[in-house]
Design a protein around this ligand. Structure first.
Ligand SMILES: Nc1nc2c(ncn2[C@@H]2O[C@H](COP(=O)(O)OP(=O)(O)OP(=O)(O)O)[C@@H](O)[C@H]2O)c(=O)[nH]1
Ligand SMILES: [Mg+2]
Length: 250
Protein backbone atom coordinates (compact mmCIF):
# COMPACT_ATOMS: atom_id res chain seq x y z
CA UNK A 1 0.00 0.00 0.00
CA UNK A 2 1.55 3.38 -0.93
CA UNK A 3 1.43 6.07 1.70
CA UNK A 4 -0.01 9.53 1.00
CA UNK A 5 2.81 12.04 1.53
CA UNK A 6 2.36 15.82 1.88
CA UNK A 7 5.24 18.30 1.85
CA UNK A 8 4.35 21.62 3.48
CA UNK A 9 6.43 24.67 2.39
CA UNK A 10 5.72 28.11 3.91
CA UNK A 11 6.65 30.96 1.58
CA UNK A 12 7.24 34.66 1.95
CA UNK A 13 8.80 36.37 -1.09
CA UNK A 14 10.29 33.27 -2.71
CA UNK A 15 9.66 34.33 -6.33
CA UNK A 16 13.18 33.25 -7.37
CA UNK A 17 12.87 29.79 -5.82
CA UNK A 18 9.23 28.72 -6.02
CA UNK A 19 9.02 27.44 -9.60
CA UNK A 20 12.23 25.39 -9.34
CA UNK A 21 11.12 24.05 -5.95
CA UNK A 22 7.71 22.93 -7.25
CA UNK A 23 9.34 21.17 -10.23
CA UNK A 24 11.90 19.52 -7.94
CA UNK A 25 9.29 18.07 -5.52
CA UNK A 26 6.83 17.09 -8.27
CA UNK A 27 9.68 15.36 -10.12
CA UNK A 28 10.58 13.07 -7.21
CA UNK A 29 9.70 9.36 -7.30
CA UNK A 30 7.01 8.46 -4.76
CA UNK A 31 4.13 10.72 -5.69
CA UNK A 32 4.72 13.47 -3.15
CA UNK A 33 2.01 16.13 -2.86
CA UNK A 34 2.87 19.75 -2.04
CA UNK A 35 1.04 22.39 0.01
CA UNK A 36 2.42 25.92 -0.34
CA UNK A 37 1.36 28.31 2.44
CA UNK A 38 1.94 31.80 1.08
CA UNK A 39 1.49 34.87 3.30
CA UNK A 40 0.45 37.25 0.55
CA UNK A 41 4.03 37.59 -0.73
CA UNK A 42 4.32 41.05 -2.35
CA UNK A 43 6.68 39.55 -4.98
CA UNK A 44 3.89 37.41 -6.49
CA UNK A 45 5.00 33.99 -5.26
CA UNK A 46 1.34 32.94 -4.86
CA UNK A 47 0.45 33.78 -8.47
CA UNK A 48 3.30 31.57 -9.71
CA UNK A 49 1.95 28.64 -7.72
CA UNK A 50 -1.54 29.19 -9.15
CA UNK A 51 -0.12 29.13 -12.69
CA UNK A 52 1.71 25.86 -11.93
CA UNK A 53 -1.36 24.15 -10.44
CA UNK A 54 -2.76 23.42 -13.92
CA UNK A 55 0.32 21.26 -14.59
CA UNK A 56 -0.08 19.33 -11.32
CA UNK A 57 -3.81 18.94 -10.61
CA UNK A 58 -4.60 17.12 -7.34
CA UNK A 59 -0.92 17.29 -6.29
CA UNK A 60 -0.01 20.97 -5.94
CA UNK A 61 -2.09 22.78 -3.31
CA UNK A 62 -2.00 26.46 -2.26
CA UNK A 63 -3.18 28.12 0.97
CA UNK A 64 -3.06 31.91 0.84
CA UNK A 65 -3.03 33.97 4.03
CA UNK A 66 -3.31 37.75 4.56
CA UNK A 67 0.04 39.29 5.53
CA UNK A 68 3.21 37.86 7.07
CA UNK A 69 1.99 35.77 10.03
CA UNK A 70 5.13 33.75 10.83
CA UNK A 71 6.54 30.36 9.82
CA UNK A 72 5.12 28.61 12.91
CA UNK A 73 1.49 29.59 12.35
CA UNK A 74 1.88 28.68 8.68
CA UNK A 75 2.88 25.12 9.63
CA UNK A 76 0.08 24.80 12.21
CA UNK A 77 -2.45 25.80 9.52
CA UNK A 78 -0.84 23.27 7.15
CA UNK A 79 -0.86 20.46 9.74
CA UNK A 80 -4.59 21.00 10.34
CA UNK A 81 -5.24 20.97 6.58
CA UNK A 82 -3.30 17.71 6.27
CA UNK A 83 -5.04 16.01 9.21
CA UNK A 84 -8.47 16.84 7.73
CA UNK A 85 -7.33 14.73 4.78
CA UNK A 86 -5.87 11.21 4.70
CA UNK A 87 -2.15 11.97 4.50
CA UNK A 88 0.00 9.39 6.29
CA UNK A 89 3.24 11.36 6.36
CA UNK A 90 3.63 15.15 6.59
CA UNK A 91 6.88 16.98 5.84
CA UNK A 92 8.31 20.40 6.73
CA UNK A 93 10.77 22.00 4.25
CA UNK A 94 12.05 25.51 3.41
CA UNK A 95 11.62 26.96 -0.09
CA UNK A 96 15.18 28.23 -0.60
CA UNK A 97 16.95 24.94 -1.43
CA UNK A 98 18.84 25.05 1.87
CA UNK A 99 17.16 21.65 2.24
CA UNK A 100 17.75 19.33 -0.74
CA UNK A 101 14.34 18.07 -1.98
CA UNK A 102 15.95 14.72 -2.81
CA UNK A 103 16.44 14.18 0.95
CA UNK A 104 12.64 14.01 1.33
CA UNK A 105 12.93 10.39 0.22
CA UNK A 106 15.58 9.66 2.88
CA UNK A 107 13.40 11.17 5.61
CA UNK A 108 10.45 9.07 4.44
CA UNK A 109 12.57 5.92 4.31
CA UNK A 110 13.52 6.51 7.97
CA UNK A 111 9.91 6.46 9.22
CA UNK A 112 7.89 4.48 6.65
CA UNK A 113 8.22 1.18 8.55
CA UNK A 114 6.96 2.92 11.71
CA UNK A 115 10.08 2.12 13.73
CA UNK A 116 10.18 5.88 14.29
CA UNK A 117 7.47 8.58 14.37
CA UNK A 118 9.51 11.67 13.45
CA UNK A 119 12.56 11.92 11.18
CA UNK A 120 14.65 15.10 11.41
CA UNK A 121 17.06 16.22 8.65
CA UNK A 122 20.03 16.96 10.89
CA UNK A 123 23.09 19.15 10.16
CA UNK A 124 24.97 18.14 13.32
CA UNK A 125 24.86 14.31 13.39
CA UNK A 126 28.15 13.72 11.61
CA UNK A 127 30.12 16.90 12.44
CA UNK A 128 28.85 20.22 11.02
CA UNK A 129 27.20 19.78 7.58
CA UNK A 130 26.49 23.38 6.63
CA UNK A 131 27.73 24.92 3.36
CA UNK A 132 28.36 28.65 2.73
CA UNK A 133 26.79 29.89 5.94
CA UNK A 134 28.76 32.72 7.60
CA UNK A 135 30.71 31.33 10.62
CA UNK A 136 28.56 33.45 12.95
CA UNK A 137 25.37 31.69 11.74
CA UNK A 138 26.99 28.26 12.03
CA UNK A 139 28.10 28.92 15.62
CA UNK A 140 24.73 30.43 16.56
CA UNK A 141 22.84 27.47 15.11
CA UNK A 142 25.20 24.82 16.54
CA UNK A 143 25.26 26.30 20.04
CA UNK A 144 21.50 26.83 19.93
CA UNK A 145 21.22 23.02 20.03
CA UNK A 146 23.74 22.79 22.88
CA UNK A 147 21.74 25.44 24.77
CA UNK A 148 18.42 23.59 24.17
CA UNK A 149 19.94 20.30 25.34
CA UNK A 150 21.38 21.99 28.45
CA UNK A 151 18.08 23.64 29.43
CA UNK A 152 15.58 20.96 28.40
CA UNK A 153 17.50 17.70 27.97
CA UNK A 154 15.97 17.26 24.49
CA UNK A 155 18.10 14.43 22.99
CA UNK A 156 18.35 16.00 19.50
CA UNK A 157 21.60 17.25 17.91
CA UNK A 158 19.87 19.75 15.59
CA UNK A 159 17.14 21.35 17.72
CA UNK A 160 16.33 24.19 15.30
CA UNK A 161 16.17 21.95 12.20
CA UNK A 162 13.26 22.81 9.90
CA UNK A 163 13.43 19.75 7.62
CA UNK A 164 11.27 16.93 9.00
CA UNK A 165 8.88 14.04 8.33
CA UNK A 166 6.09 13.30 10.81
CA UNK A 167 3.83 10.27 10.83
CA UNK A 168 0.32 11.74 11.17
CA UNK A 169 -0.14 10.17 14.65
CA UNK A 170 2.40 12.68 16.02
CA UNK A 171 0.43 15.69 14.78
CA UNK A 172 -2.84 14.08 15.93
CA UNK A 173 -1.30 13.63 19.37
CA UNK A 174 -0.17 17.25 19.73
CA UNK A 175 -2.60 19.99 20.86
CA UNK A 176 -1.70 22.19 17.90
CA UNK A 177 -3.61 25.19 19.26
CA UNK A 178 -1.27 25.19 22.28
CA UNK A 179 1.87 25.55 20.13
CA UNK A 180 2.75 29.21 20.67
CA UNK A 181 6.04 30.10 18.96
CA UNK A 182 6.55 31.22 15.34
CA UNK A 183 10.30 31.21 14.49
CA UNK A 184 13.14 28.84 15.42
CA UNK A 185 11.39 28.41 18.78
CA UNK A 186 8.53 26.76 16.87
CA UNK A 187 10.96 24.18 15.50
CA UNK A 188 12.28 23.53 19.02
CA UNK A 189 8.76 23.43 20.55
CA UNK A 190 7.48 20.85 18.04
CA UNK A 191 10.47 18.54 18.73
CA UNK A 192 10.26 19.04 22.51
CA UNK A 193 6.51 18.29 22.53
CA UNK A 194 6.97 15.22 20.29
CA UNK A 195 9.66 13.90 22.66
CA UNK A 196 7.67 14.70 25.83
CA UNK A 197 4.67 12.80 24.41
CA UNK A 198 6.87 9.70 24.05
CA UNK A 199 7.07 9.51 20.25
CA UNK A 200 10.21 7.99 18.75
CA UNK A 201 12.58 10.44 16.97
CA UNK A 202 15.40 9.72 14.52
CA UNK A 203 17.95 12.18 13.06
CA UNK A 204 19.00 11.64 9.43
CA UNK A 205 22.24 13.41 8.41
CA UNK A 206 21.73 16.05 5.71
CA UNK A 207 23.80 18.82 4.14
CA UNK A 208 22.34 22.32 4.58
CA UNK A 209 23.36 24.88 1.96
CA UNK A 210 22.93 28.60 2.47
CA UNK A 211 20.27 30.12 0.20
CA UNK A 212 21.64 31.54 -3.08
CA UNK A 213 18.42 33.30 -4.21
CA UNK A 214 15.93 35.53 -2.41
CA UNK A 215 16.29 37.18 0.99
CA UNK A 216 16.54 35.72 4.48
CA UNK A 217 13.58 36.13 6.86
CA UNK A 218 15.81 35.52 9.87
CA UNK A 219 15.59 38.40 12.41
CA UNK A 220 16.87 39.31 15.91
CA UNK A 221 13.23 38.97 17.10
CA UNK A 222 13.20 35.31 15.98
CA UNK A 223 16.52 34.76 17.80
CA UNK A 224 15.28 36.35 21.06
CA UNK A 225 12.03 34.35 20.92
CA UNK A 226 14.11 31.15 20.75
CA UNK A 227 16.41 31.99 23.70
CA UNK A 228 13.54 32.89 26.06
CA UNK A 229 11.13 30.35 24.60
CA UNK A 230 13.32 27.42 25.60
CA UNK A 231 13.29 28.49 29.26
CA UNK A 232 9.50 28.89 29.09
CA UNK A 233 9.11 25.37 27.60
CA UNK A 234 11.20 23.85 30.41
CA UNK A 235 9.22 25.61 33.15
CA UNK A 236 5.89 24.68 31.49
CA UNK A 237 6.94 21.02 31.25
CA UNK A 238 7.57 20.97 35.02
CA UNK A 239 4.24 22.45 36.06
CA UNK A 240 1.92 21.01 33.39
CA UNK A 241 3.15 17.69 32.05
CA UNK A 242 2.46 17.04 28.36
CA UNK A 243 -0.59 14.85 27.66
CA UNK A 244 -1.59 13.23 24.38
CA UNK A 245 -4.38 15.02 22.52
CA UNK A 246 -7.21 12.50 22.77
CA UNK A 247 -9.94 14.73 21.41
CA UNK A 248 -9.09 13.83 17.82
CA UNK A 249 -9.63 17.55 17.36
CA UNK A 250 -6.37 19.40 16.76
N1 LIG B 1 4.19 31.75 5.05
C1 LIG B 1 5.30 32.23 5.63
N2 LIG B 1 6.51 31.74 5.28
C2 LIG B 1 7.62 32.26 5.89
C3 LIG B 1 7.55 33.29 6.86
N3 LIG B 1 8.84 33.58 7.25
C4 LIG B 1 9.67 32.73 6.56
N4 LIG B 1 8.93 31.95 5.74
C5 LIG B 1 9.40 30.89 4.86
O1 LIG B 1 10.01 29.93 5.74
C6 LIG B 1 11.14 29.33 5.11
C7 LIG B 1 12.38 29.56 6.01
O2 LIG B 1 12.68 30.93 6.02
P1 LIG B 1 14.19 31.46 5.76
O3 LIG B 1 14.19 32.90 5.49
O4 LIG B 1 14.82 30.58 4.76
O5 LIG B 1 14.81 31.27 7.17
P2 LIG B 1 16.31 30.89 7.45
O6 LIG B 1 16.61 29.65 6.70
O7 LIG B 1 16.43 30.88 8.90
O8 LIG B 1 17.14 32.09 6.89
P3 LIG B 1 18.20 31.98 5.71
O9 LIG B 1 19.21 31.00 6.14
O10 LIG B 1 18.75 33.32 5.60
O11 LIG B 1 17.48 31.48 4.50
C8 LIG B 1 11.25 29.96 3.73
O12 LIG B 1 10.59 29.13 2.78
C9 LIG B 1 10.50 31.30 3.89
O13 LIG B 1 9.95 31.78 2.69
C10 LIG B 1 6.25 33.82 7.21
O14 LIG B 1 6.08 34.70 8.03
N5 LIG B 1 5.16 33.26 6.58
MG1 LIG C 1 16.65 29.57 4.60
Amino acid sequence: MSHRKLVIIPTYNELENISDMVQAVMGLAGDFELLIIDDGSPDGTGAIVKSLQTSYPQRLHLMEREGKLGLGTAYIAGFKWALERSYDFIFEMDCDFSHDPKDLIRLYEAVKDRAFDLAIGSRYITGVNVVNWPMGRVLMSYFASVYVDFITGLPVKDATAGFKCYHRSVLEGIKLDEIKFIGYAFQIEMKFTTWKLGFKIIEVPIIFTDRTKGTSKMSPKIFKEAVLGVIWMKIKSIFSPYKLNRSGLT
